[in-house]
Write a protein of this length. Structure first.
Length: 113
């Protein structure tokens, strides 16, 4: 299933249930719970229910890519995600120019990769 377009507000609001997200990403709900248990994702909670945002969907897509196509293990995925800049994960494009972290790192010469 194709991921829905991210809203202009940035996609931080948790909207999707675990079953819907599992279908959109192409994994099982048990896989999403395992990734959460291993510390790769931290969805919002509404009581016992997990709720995922558009940004969570993008991170999950990246996790699936790293585990599947790039054949990394959980520790490798965690390390890769820790090294990636948020604007790479979120695919901000020109919007990253408005990000204070990006601006600060670019000024210090760290924002280029």
């Amino acid at each position: 299933m194709k991921l829905p377009a991210k809203p202009a507000a940035g996609g931080r609001r948790p909207l999707f249930s675990i079953g819907v997200v599992a279908e959109m990403i192409g994994v099982t709900p048990a896989t999403l719970r395992l990734w959460e248990k291993k510390g790769l994702i931290s969805p919002a909670r509404r009581g016992k229910n997990r709720s995922y945002s558009y940004l969570d969907l993008e991170r999950l897509r990246e996790i699936k890519l790293l585990l599947g196509e790039q054949r990394l293990n959980i520790a490798g995925v965690r390390a890769a995600l820790d090294r990636k800049r948020c604007w790479d994960l979120k695919r901000c494009g020109p919007l990253k120019e408005t990000c204070p972290v990006y601006t600060r790192e670019r000024a210090a010469g760290k924002g280029q990769r």
